[in-house]
Design a protein around this ligand. Structure first.
Ligand SMILES: [Zn+2]
Length: 127
């Protein structure tokens, strides 16, 4: 039995390993490229659904804008942290329980309050 005979099964001629190598390398390169593209897509999807991005989308939505105006009125136009009178425009929405530690509360209204930029930024820098 010659090596050529071993490659023939049911009259099908299989290529030799050496003949397969360029195709295998090409397939590996394509598979690696596809994997890299899928990983990039997965990273984009993860970023899209990140708590911060979810919160930002909500904040810019009609619901978010309406909530802020109502909450500002509810807080009598004052920062929830230092109690100073603030403008609604330019005020920050503060996560009482920080977003970094409680991502599930990103858009939980019970976890949100309006704060002045100074208070919210100072808190953010501590976290
Ligand atoms: Zn404040």
């Amino acid at each position: 039995m010659t090596s050529d005979d071993a490659r023939v099964t049911r009259n099908v001629m299989y290529p030799s390993f050496q003949e397969l190598v360029p195709g295998l390398l090409d397939s590996k390169i394509k598979a690696d490229d596809q994997l890299r593209e899928m990983q990039e897509d997965a990273a984009k999807i993860r970023a899209y659904y990140s708590p911060r991005r979810q919160f930002n989308r909500w904040k810019q939505s009609d619901d978010g804008v309406a909530w802020k105006v109502a909450q500002y009125t509810h807080q009598n136009g004052c920062c929830a942290m230092c109690n100073k009178a603030i403008e609604c425009k330019g005020s920050h929405i503060d996560h009482i329980k920080p977003l970094s530690k409680f991502p599930e509360l990103a858009t939980d209204l019970k976890n949100l309050r309006i704060a002045c930029a100074d208070c919210n930024t100072a808190k953010g820098n501590k976290a």
